[in-house]
Design a protein around this ligand. Structure first.
Ligand code: NI
Length: 135
């Protein structure tokens, strides 16, 4: 049994400030102001409504890893992030279930530099794993 907890839904947006205003109009509030992720060349802002956390992700350069996805999906949700308390075990279980890692665990500046890794499955698409850290 996997010990995964939903952490956020990743939402691609073309223009982050316009998207923030639109989500605010729907009743979302900012839980973390926009942070620039230099590794992925994206701006990231976390917002929340009714206990649901969304991560607005907006590429700032054509070199961004999500620039191609934005062209394909436009403004759209594109991943669910799961927090794991037992990364090694859950990662192995996902790989056994057909998931393929599409990058290495890498610090996420918008998440206090906790490490994340993206995986993809033919039947489910992309997920993000956030490695739990004890403070
Ligand atoms: Ni994410």
């Amino acid at each position: 049994m996997l010990a995964l907890k939903i952490h956020h839904i990743g939402y691609l947006v073309k223009k982050i400030n316009g998207a923030i205003r639109s989500f605010e109009n729907l009743g979302y509030r900012i839980v973390q102001e926009t942070v620039y992720d230099d590794i992925r060349k994206v701006d990231i802002c976390f917002m929340e409504k009714d206990g649901y956390c969304i991560e607005l992700v907006s590429p700032v350069s054509e070199e961004s890893v999500v620039y191609g996805l934005l062209k394909k999906y436009k403004n759209s949700p594109y991943h669910i992030c799961y927090e794991t308390e037992d990364f090694d075990k859950d990662y192995q279980a996902l790989v056994s279930n057909g998931f393929i890692a599409i990058d290495e665990p890498t610090p996420a500046p918008a998440l206090q530099n906790r490490e994340v890794v993206f995986l993809t499955s033919p039947s489910m698409g992309m997920i993000e794993l956030l490695i739990h850290q004890y403070s």
